[in-house]
Design a protein around this ligand. Structure first.
Ligand SMILES: C[S@@+](CC[C@H](N)C(=O)[O-])C[C@H]1O[C@@H](n2cnc3c(N)ncnc32)[C@H](O)[C@@H]1O
Length: 295
């Protein structure tokens, strides 16, 4: 939470620039990078002109850089999931209304209510931006494992999770995220459009859906169109093009032969991620993932 000088009983003119910041993702997102931030520290460029995160998800890296006061004046957050992008815009611009609507979801939450809210995208209803954002966050907090999955018609189809008393409204998290997002450009975009966007000395952090370790154990269905080998190949081309234009590009992915082949001309580092692993007796273990850098 942003520590307010009033809460701390500090003089009103106490410089806010030295107060600690604690912004973090307001959605649970598959592939969230929170646990890898300490290992990433060694790989962030020291100076850059604009920051861009084109596979935004929960935005863990963005919030981390904001906390550390390392974001430049211009930051750009993109994703091709329209509901997620709308939620970020509402957190940035209408956080009071969002808190009000989520309070109602929190009070009414039960199984029947969950499926009623889930069904809203099947009905010909015109929801406001705030109602859509609150629905997205409510479903994210109460659905099975925080998954985002839609059917071929774009209808959200994740069943309810079995949480006893899920916390739908994290008011401090939303308000701190809203502060972090002030002045930030948030857009619905596909990564392929970055070619027209890049400028020299931009810093791009890419966190695409991962190349699956096995053909069966994959989860890539964030939106209607899943992210397959052809997308990984196109992304590698975009990576190379941005590098050629003088940007700093950092990419996370799984440690697979395809990823090694696609980025063989670049620096590839390994980090250890805690993941659920079936072969492990406890079901948890560390898996190496790669960080690809052009600098
Ligand atoms: C691994 S998640 C990002 C996780 C995020 N870094 C975090 O810490 O929570 C990948 C994101 O890429 C988005 N995505 C998938 N295909 C995309 C595309 N073609 N263009 C832009 N974004 C895409 C998904 O909607 C998803 O939010």
């Amino acid at each position: 939470m942003i520590t307010d000088s009033l809460q701390l009983n500090l003089p009103v003119d106490f410089p806010r620039s030295v107060l600690p910041r604690d912004a973090r993702p307001f959605v649970k997102w598959v592939g969230g990078k929170q646990q890898l931030l300490a290992q990433f520290e060694a790989y962030f460029p020291t100076t850059f002109r604009r920051y861009c995160e084109p596979f935004l998800g929960g935005g863990a890296v963005f919030f981390h850089l904001w906390n550390a006061r390392r974001l430049p004046r211009q930051a750009f957050l993109f994703d091709n999931n329209a509901e997620l992008v709308n939620a970020y815009l509402v957190v940035r611009d209408k956080v009071d209304e969002l808190v009000e609507t989520l309070t109602i979801h929190q009070q009414r939450h039960n199984k029947k209510y969950y499926y009623r809210v889930r069904r809203l995208d099947r009905e010909e209803l015109e929801l406001s931006e705030v109602e859509r954002a609150a629905r997205t966050i409510y479903l994210n907090r109460t659905c099975y494992n925080g998954l985002y999955r839609v059917n071929s018609k774009g209808e959200f189809n994740v069943p309810m999770g079995s949480y006893i008393n899920p916390q739908v409204l994290h008011e401090n998290v939303l308000r701190t995220a809203s502060s972090a997002l002030q002045g930030v450009n948030i857009e619905l975009r596909d990564f392929r459009s970055l070619v027209d966007f890049v400028q020299a000395k931009d810093f791009f952090y890419f966190d695409p859906p991962y190349d699956p370790l096995s053909k069966t154990a994959s989860f890539t269905g964030y939106t209607r169109d899943s992210f397959g080998e052809e997308d990984q190949r196109e992304l590698a081309k975009v990576f190379a093009l941005l590098a050629e234009k003088g940007a700093f590009v950092m990419l996370s992915n799984s440690n697979t032969p395809l990823v090694s082949e696609l980025y063989r001309k670049f620096r590839i580092e390994t980090v250890q991620a805690r993941r659920a692993i079936n072969s492990d007796a406890n079901g948890r273990g560390c898996l190496p993932e790669v960080v690809v850098l052009n600098y």
